[in-house]
Design a protein around this ligand. Sequence first.
Ligand code: SF4
Length: 162
Amino acid sequence: MTGEAGATELTRYGRGRGRKAWTGMRIDGLTEDELAAAWVAGYERGGDGWFIGRDPREMTQAQLEAMGHEPISPMQAIRAKCLDCCAWSSDEVRKCVALACPSWPFRTGKNPWRQEMSEEQRKARRQRALQSGLGSRRQARSASSAAASVSEVRDDRLQHRP
Ligand code: SF4
C-alpha cells in the first residue's frame, strides 16, 4: 500500500467497483460459463443452492490476484478495512470511538502490541541467524558492515549533537 490514496483502492468499495456481484443469485439455471466466472470472482457452491465465498486457504496467490486482491500485510488490511468503515476518511478513522472493536488498536496502521527492536536486538538477531547457518558468509560480511555503518553514523551523530 502506498499512502492513503492507495489504501482507498484496497477497500471493499474500491475492489467491488465495476465488478459483477454473484451474491444473492441462485445457482440453478446458471450456465457453465457463468459458474466459471463466479468461481474466478471468488464464489463457490454452497450446500443450499446459493453461492458462498471460496476458502482463501485453498486458493493460490494467482487466484487471489485474479479476484483483484494484492499482496498486503494484515496491518494494511486492517487499515484498509477501517477506511472502508469510515467512508475513506482517515480523519474519521483517527477519531473512531468504537472502542470495543477488535481493530481499534490497529486502526492507524501500527501494531501497538509489537515492540520496536533496538539496534542491539537487531544485531543479536542477525548474529543468531548467521550462527545457526541461515546466512552465507557474504550475508555475514554485509551484516557486520551494515552494523558498523550504523554505529559509525550513530557515533557521528552523538559527537555532533548540539
Ligand atoms: S476500529 Fe473503528 S474504523 Fe476500524 S473497523 Fe472498527 S469501528 Fe471501523
